[in-house]
Write a protein that binds this ligand. Structure first.
Ligand code: ADP
Ligand code: F6P
Length: 471
């Protein structure tokens, strides 16, 4: 078995199996924030990525991708149902997102979660070089740090949570709350998107175990566990370069023509997830059309919503409701050849996404709760001429870093409508100043700075930068 000095573990591998038009199996980059964040880093670092390849058969042997070794962990149909769809996405996901949908608790799901976490820890124990770094990602793998420490105490172990970490009163609902915290405490560094999440974690550890815990470090079992906020970012330069490529510029122009050359284009790009606030946004848009504040011929909305976690009941219900509402709005307000909303559920390659960002005057990113939201950052990075307006929910992690966006509370329908109108009618000079400030921030705090700051803190050579620790 070849070993690596850096081992990244994430539920998903950076590529996903999908079926090509000719029926053959093809591999493509998985949509989702975690992959978008880590893929650029690993292109430049000799590393092994341990993850699941997206099916429930035996683990396929995959070739290296951009120099990164891919080590697949198989999931059985039961693991997929009880670990991925169950504990990860029907217990933890809703609970960590303010319980905007009701979390479910089943003992069988917990068994599967433990089983799959153990499988990941064993895989990492096999492929990590002596004294190497193991970096565990996200809520699917919260038990891995402690399990891996038992198997390989020589490793430096990091854990980073890409999603929000809830306040104690919500987390305390979890029947296995102590085990989940214990799992995370196996790491040398526990990283979060926002300082508030680090604070929630420290409070919980102090409450549940009665050990000394601050927002920066926790003493447990004779070890020090460091804690901090490391807001994840994107490959800003790559997105800017993509958005200026002549074929992407031409494609953006073509897209706009295809939309009928409207005065304003509003764009939203989400995974189809109830945390993304899609229904609230559609309601706001539809009310603005109904009241005459927005004219369908002048303004067009493009909603990209790639299906996600499709067998989980709450996701099926959401998709049905969104599609019914899009149909209603188009039926009521559209005309032949002039729909009010262009609705797309396809995955796109990076160039097509860049063309969409480049084409849109207003990007509406209005999640009810989101760990970071990389789509918001991608849009800003693509606006190389400082045009365009970002409408952003206060409840996305990105809002703490980009206060120059048009910030809204998506639960406040009137506020959401006002925010959308403000973005549509923005004074160009004011909008450009806002965009310039956000682009400058992303230029400085890109994915490389995130990785540097996390890994240098993990190996003890750096410390949590102050400017990144305040909410
Ligand atoms: P989440 O992690 O919840 O999915 P983020 O906004 O942080 O949300 O990340 C979503 C990522 O997935 C972004 O990098 C975005 O470009 C990508 N993505 C979203 N929709 C699509 C799509 N239709 N096709 C390809 N990539 C997509
Ligand atoms: O950021 C949260 C997250 O669950 C990531 O782990 C993942 O990249 C993304 O959302 C997509 O979700 P899934 O892997 O369930 O399709």
């Amino acid at each position: 078995m070849r070993q690596s000095s850096l081992v990244v573990m994430a539920n998903r591998l950076p590529i996903d199996d999908s079926v090509a038009p000719d029926g053959a199996c093809e591999w493509r980059r998985s949509p989702g924030g975690l992959v978008s964040a880590l893929h650029p880093l690993l292109k430049h670092t000799p590393a092994t990525w341990i993850g699941w390849a997206g099916g429930t058969g035996p683990a396929p042997a995959l070739p290296d991708v951009d120099g990164v070794r891919l080590h697949t962990v198989p999931l059985t149909p039961e693991d997929f149902r009880d670990h991925y769809e169950g504990f990860a996405n029907a217990t933890l996901w809703p609970l960590y997102h303010d319980a905007v949908e009701q979390p479910e608790h089943h003992r069988r799901w917990w068994e599967a979660y433990q089983r799959v976490n153990r499988r990941f820890a064993e895989a990492a124990a096999e492929v990590a070089e002596p004294g190497g770094v193991a970096w565990v990602q996200d809520y699917h793998l919260q038990l891995v740090p402690a399990l891996l420490r038992e198997l390989r105490p020589d490793l430096r172990i990091g854990f980073f949570l890409h999603v929000p970490f809830p306040p104690p009163e919500l987390f305390m609902q979890l029947p296995r709350r102590a085990e989940l915290l214990r799992g995370m405490l196996g790491a040398d560094l526990v990283g979060f998107q926002r300082a508030q999440a680090a604070h929630n974690f420290a409070q919980l550890v102090a409450k549940v175990f009665g050990v000394p815990a601050t927002d920066r470090q926790i003493e447990v079992d004779g070890r020090t566990v460091r804690v901090g906020a490391f807001p994840v970012s994107i490959d800003t330069a790559e997105m800017a370069a993509l958005a200026t490529r002549p074929d992407v510029v031409a494609r953006a122009d073509q897209l706009r023509k295809d939309l009928g050359d409207p005065e304003h284009v509003i764009l939203s790009v989400d995974r189809m997830d109830y945390t993304k606030g899609i229904e609230h946004r559609l309601k706001a848009y539809s009310e603005l059309i109904a009241s005459g504040h927005v004219k369908v011929r002048d303004t067009v909305m493009v909603q990209v919503a790639v299906p996600s976690r499709e067998r989980v009941g709450q996701y099926q219900i959401l998709r049905d409701r969104v599609e019914r509402e899009v149909g209603r709005i188009n039926g009521e307000f559209g005309r032949v050849g002039e729909p009010a909303i262009h609705y797309l559920t396809q995955p796109f390659d990076r160039a097509e996404l860049a063309a969409l960002y480049r084409m849109a005057d207003v990007m509406a990113v209005t999640p009810l709760r989101d760990g970071m939201n990389l789509v918001a950052k991608e849009y800003v990075a693509a606006r190389v001429d400082d045009s365009g307006a970002l409408l952003l929910s206060e409840f996305a992690g990105a809002a703490a870093e980009m206060p120059e966006a048009y910030l809204v509370n998506p639960h406040d329908l009137e506020g959401l409508k006002q925010g959308l109108l403000a973005a549509l009618q923005a004074d160009p000079a004011d909008a450009a100043a806002r965009m310039r400030a956000m682009r400058a921030h992303l230029h400085r705090y890109d994915i490389r700075s995130w990785v540097r700051s996390y890994l240098s803190t993990l190996d003890g050579t750096g410390s949590v930068p102050h400017e990144l620790t305040t909410d």
